[in-house]
Design a protein around this ligand. Structure first.
Ligand SMILES: NC(=O)c1ccc[n+]([C@@H]2O[C@H](COP(=O)([O-])OP(=O)(O)OC[C@H]3O[C@@H](n4cnc5c(N)ncnc54)[C@H](OP(=O)(O)O)[C@@H]3O)[C@@H](O)[C@H]2O)c1
Length: 323
């Protein structure tokens, strides 16, 4: 029998072909589609926004600081119950601030990495109140290579909280909403990050978990449609929280460069009301990230190197672990 050699393109041509494919896709598919959606999405979002009912019971993981606290305050108003989930009693201060707005706040002490306890905590809360909106928001940032720690310890912590914890939160909520007899459904918002598209390479574990959440949330949204459960992935840019201002964190940017968490929380609240697939804010940062991510791989490699070098100088601890 005659065996033909496999049809292959010499690897020398791969970057050229890749660049051509990206150019053709962008020019003839992505840009025309973007224009189309601009005119279709805006009016339909307005209609959905007008028809939407406000959630009466909300749970927020990682509510003790930053974006989680701002979300709790953004939703705080009379008649609303908010479950504030976090690891310790520092939630008390947030609960007091929420309660002062005539809202009923309940403290749920739980580590999201402890998935059994998390499931039990959410179920007990749902039995009492019926969760309408669930934020899988808790997360941690860290260097990929930290000279003080073994890589497994670092990876375990980041994946257990950012990925396993977020998926466990979303899926526990999903199951509780799905089982409701009245088919009322519910809404789940998963906090990923702009780093799921492109970010500084020193935080590779973090970036990988956030990229995984974008993919997970997109697919869960599809599954949720059959059960009247809305799923949205939130990808914040650089926000002025402990994660970006604490000098021990890999990113330490000047505050004036960062978006206030209160602003982000208001944007999230407004946009969630019309059930978008993603909430990407601030837009300018995402534009840079999306363009960078779609570069041909050879060029992206050089951009990653450059971003790594530049971002080291922004970090107060320098390029720790990379010397
Ligand atoms: N800040 C940014 O620029 C930015 C950008 C993109 C995405 N994000 C994402 O936004 C989310 C919120 O972050 P943030 O900016 O608000 O930072 P933050 O102020 O550090 O808040 C993180 C929250 O997560 C909680 N948390 C951490 N590990 C936990 C665990 N194992 N179990 C339960 N709660 C835990 C923290 O509670 P403790 O007080 O117990 O530590 C804290 O309440 C994260 O998922 C983060 O990845 C942030």
């Amino acid at each position: 029998m005659i065996r033909f050699p496999p049809l292959t393109v010499p690897s020398f041509f791969h970057p050229i072909i890749e660049a051509w494919v990206i150019w053709l896709t962008t020019t003839f598919i992505s840009i025309p589609a973007a224009f189309f959606y601009m005119f279709v999405d805006a009016p339909s979002a307005l209609v959905r926004c007008l028809l939407a009912s406000e959630p009466k019971c909300i749970v927020i993981t990682g509510a003790s600081s930053g974006i989680g606290t701002s979300l709790a305050l953004a939703y705080a108003k009379p008649g609303v119950t908010i479950g504030l989930l976090g690891r310790d009693e520092s939630l008390k201060k947030v609960a007091e601030a929420v309660n002062s707005r005539w809202t009923s706040a309940e403290i749920l002490v739980c580590d999201v990495a402890d998935t059994d306890k998390l499931a039990q905590t959410l179920k007990e809360f749902d039995d009492r109140h019926n969760i309408d909106l669930l934020f899988a928001n808790a997360g941690q940032l860290g260097y990929t290579i930290d000279t003080d720690k073994e890589w497994e310890d670092q990876w375990d912590r980041i994946i257990d909280v950012n990925f396993v914890g977020a998926v466990a939160t979303a899926m526990t909520g999903f199951k509780l909403m799905e089982k409701r007899k009245n088919r009322r459904g519910g809404q789940i918002a998963i906090t990923s990050s702009i780093s799921g598209y492109f970010f500084m390479p020193q935080t590779a574990y973090y970036n990988a978990t956030k990229a995984a959440l974008i993919s997970f949330g997109r697919d869960l949204r599809y599954i949720g449609r059959q059960h009247n459960i809305k799923v949205t992935v939130i990808t914040p840019g650089t926000i002025d929280t402990r994660m970006t201002t604490d000098p021990h964190q890999p990113v330490s940017l000047p505050s004036w460069l960062l978006t206030k968490p209160e602003t982000l929380a208001q944007i999230i609240k407004r946009r969630l009301s019309y059930n978008p697939a993603t909430i990407a804010y601030p837009f300018s940062e995402h534009l840079v990230s999306w363009v960078t991510q779609s570069l041909p791989t050879a060029l992206l490699d050089n951009v990653t190197w450059l971003v790594g070098k530049v971002s080291s100088s922004f970090s107060q601890t320098g390029s720790r672990g990379f010397s």
